[in-house]
Write a protein that binds this ligand. Sequence first.
Ligand code: GMT
Length: 373
Amino acid sequence: MRIGITCYPTYGGSGVVGTELGRELAACGHQVHFISYSLPIRLKMSDNIRFHEVEVLSYPLFEYPPYDLVLATKMAEVASRFELDILHVHYAIPHSISAFLAKRMAERPVPFVTTLHGTDITLVGNDRSYLPITRFGIDESDAVTAVSEYLRRRTIAEFSTRHPIEVIPNFVNCGVFGKSGDEGFRRRFAGPGEGLMIHISNFRPVKRTGDVIEVFAKVREKRPAKLLMVGDGPDRPRAQYLAETRGVVGDVHFVGKWTDMERLLSVSDLLVLPSELESFGLVALEAMASEVPVIATRVGGLDEVVREGKDGFLFDVGDTAAMAETALMLLDDRERRSTMGRQGRARAKEAFSHQRVVAQYLELYERTIAAAS
Ligand code: GMT
């Protein structure tokens, strides 16, 4: 198949999923064309992958350059030139609208699939100024998927969409993510006898990075440990300030944006993900694949990924005391940690393997192309 993929190229779950999906499809022999404003961060070029940059002209008249229109133009151009069979857009806004336009502009109408990831529905799409156009993008898509049952139900309830929405979960490549036992690398962050906790996000308010620091500070009162804060975003200065005021800044590594997340996870003991909301929580799945137990909140689709007591523990939002208590229990109990880690990896392999999920997308593409023609 010849497949066009559009996603945000930045540090965020939807971009990661779009990129990894494209890489897996290319590895299966499909021709994949990425269309975005810059090279997606996890994209490594290979034979079947091409990247088409969307260059937005800035003009004094434009206070807000119309990226969505330039994207639509590029999508239509690539669809016509490379005879794309299908376009797959990740994150509804504005990608589904650009794809809608591209479908009509292309020499031959190209069907498009929209994958809903989370904040495109729960935050941005829900804003009155975006809701009608998000609903339009969903209804006009040839196929729509959501990354969890939670997100599917919430989209139907809040958008009253007519379009059927299929759940295709996120996936992980367990050949890439796994425990490494690279003690030398681990020593760069934690000494002998110190626990190593990790948080990975885009530091948006929804991630509650302050709670991560609070949990860690409570753990640190009781035992030696270090914390890896991976990623960057608007709440990073606040998290750094909190680490200082709580007196733990010397034990927290703010490492910024990393591309090989698997390396950091492979040496970590626990993932802390105290989000206000997660439609899926891709990073929890990547931790599970790496045999790292998850401490997260009971929100959104997280309980479709993490099984309470088996792969991790789920808490009420903001209950940092309970999270810290469980973190301490796990850091002190290597046996329990490894059992949970192994269970998590087994679940990641069984329910969320890249082979299984990529096959689901391929089947959806085939059905959508057949229906459109
Ligand atoms: O979490 C973010 O802020 C980024 C956002 C995105 O779209 O890039 O993530 C959403 O999509 C991910 C991939 O499907 C999910 O794993 C995240 O749970 C979801 N984030 C939220 O729902 C807050």
